[in-house]
Design a protein around this ligand. Sequence first.
Ligand code: C2E
Ligand code: CA
Ligand code: CA
Ligand code: CA
Length: 279
Amino acid sequence: AKQHGRNNYQWYTEHLNQEVSERMTLRNELQKAIAGMSFELHYQPQIDTRSGLVIGSEALLRWPHAERGMISPLRFIPVAEDTGQIIPISQWVLDTACRHNRQLLDRGLARGAISVNISAVHFLRSNFIETVRRALDSSGLPANLLELEITESVLLKNAERAIYLLHELKKIGVGLALDDFGTGYSSLSYLKDLPIDKVKIDRSFVQELISDPRDAAITQGIISMAHHLDLKVVAEGVETPEQAAFLERNQCDAFQGFLYARPMPFAELEGYLQRQAAL
Ligand code: C2E
Ligand code: CA
Ligand code: CA
Ligand code: CA
């Protein structure tokens, strides 16, 4: 048993070391990427359930790496959050998304807000509100054409401050969405105190909507509760016509997913919106 224990320990430390060194490497490479701001934003349209028209797009961060191809935000954002590197990156995302939607507006192609994912680390920083104001001012984007997506994690970290900040943002006029809804562990009672416009049903529920009655029940529950609270509901990760039909039957307001469109570079989004406008 002792021998076995030692082997386990050895296995554990080796893997831990690997993980630590992988994180160190990412951290160093992120530093270079930040210096040259070699990130991209891709956009995924959101489609109104009834009309089939685009009602907005979500900005999704991409890091094209010379040797390793695209590195997933799921891999590098947690590292960037730990090191604080998320701040300059998130700042760039906010500025770029605002500038892009202003360009669309100038060409008559803006279809609703661009949504930006905001990390709790950035959101809870002292000057976040000022950051949002500056992004709007310098791009000339009307506040209602920007939406911020936050997760329940901001409430777990500091609920009182988060609620205060959301009210301040509401005063500015930006849209507010609660992202990954249903995946956190916090209580539902806070929902009525949040000045948000929308909840986004996480892909993990949508994925098994048809095969797992429990996911169907949770999804129906989220939609019904959200509507009673006067919130819009967007489903993410819609991949099949069966999922879309279920969501439509249950009054989901909008869809986002590969069934309609994959995330695409800004230049492609312009073309996509141009074709939509011609319909
Ligand atoms: P999220 O906010 O839940 O974004 C939705 C993710 O689902 C995106 O992954 C999107 O590409 C993917 N997706 C959309 N439709 C489908 C579908 O039909 N099927 C499948 N399989 N996937 C679909 P992505 O772009 O890899 O982003 C992953 C996560 O990284 C995001 O999850 C978000 O939490 C985070 N993230 C992305 N960009 C940013 C950013 O600019 N700032 C911050 N803080 N986080 C970001
Ligand atoms: Ca999101
Ligand atoms: Ca999600
Ligand atoms: Ca399930």
